[in-house]
Design a protein. Structure first.
Length: 163
C-alpha cells in the first residue's frame, strides 16, 4: 500500500468498515492493482445479489437506494436472442452505474465464444476507474444460467479484445 503522495487511492467504505485498522492507518491506501481487485470483488458481489423490493413503481427513488441493491432475478431474462441479451446487458450497466461509484462509462458486451453452452453465457464489462487519470479496464464475466451465479474474472487486456 502506498501513501497519498504516490498514485494511490483510498480503500472503499466497505473495506474500511470490515478492516477497522485501515481507518487509523495512515498507510492504508490502495495502489491501482489493489483498487481493481476490490472493484472486481465488489462487482461480483453486486451481480450475485438479487433485488427483493417490489415497491419501486410506487416509490421510484427506491431503485437507487441500497434496499434495491443487486440485479433482478436473472431467471426472468431470456438469453437466447440478441435483443433479449441487449436488454439484460442494459440492466447490468444500470445496476453497476447505480451501485459502483468508483467506475464510469460502463459498457457490457456479449462475448462470442466456442465455450458457450446452454448452461453459461460470457460477457465483458468495460469501464473506467474514477481516479485522477481515468484508467480503462475490463473484466470478462461468466453467468451460469442454471444457477444465476456470476463469476467476474481478473482484468483482461483490452488491447487484444476477444469480442
Amino acid at each position: 500500500m502506498y501513501g497519498p503522495a504516490s498514485q494511490a487511492m483510498v480503500p472503499s467504505v466497505l473495506d474500511r468498515l470490515v478492516d477497522a485498522s485501515m481507518y487509523h492507518d495512515s498507510n492504508a491506501w490502495y495502489d491501482e492493482k489493489e483498487l481493481l481487485a476490490s472493484v472486481q470483488r465488489d462487482l461480483e458481489n453486486l451481480l450475485n445479489a438479487r433485488q427483493t423490493n417490489t415497491a419501486t413503481l410506487k416509490y421510484p427513488k427506491l431503485n437507487e437506494s441500497i434496499i434495491n441493491f443487486g440485479l433482478p432475478d436473472v431467471s426472468g431474462f431470456d438469453m437466447e436472442t440478441p435483443a433479449s441479451r441487449a436488454r439484460f446487458f442494459r440492466t447490468v450497466e444500470s445496476v453497476i452505474r447505480t451501485f459502483e461509484p468508483r467506475v464510469s462509462d460502463v459498457q457490457v458486451a456479449f462475448i462470442e465464444s466456442s465455450e458457450q453452452s446452454l448452461t453459461k453465457m460470457q460477457f465483458r464489462i468495460n469501464a473506467k476507474l474514477k481516479v485522477d487519470q481515468a484508467r480503462e479496464f475490463a473484466f470478462d464475466t461468466t453467468l451460469q444460467l442454471s444457477t444465476g451465479h456470476f463469476h467476474v474474472e481478473s482484468e483482461v487486456d483490452t488491447r487484444s479484445p476477444k469480442l
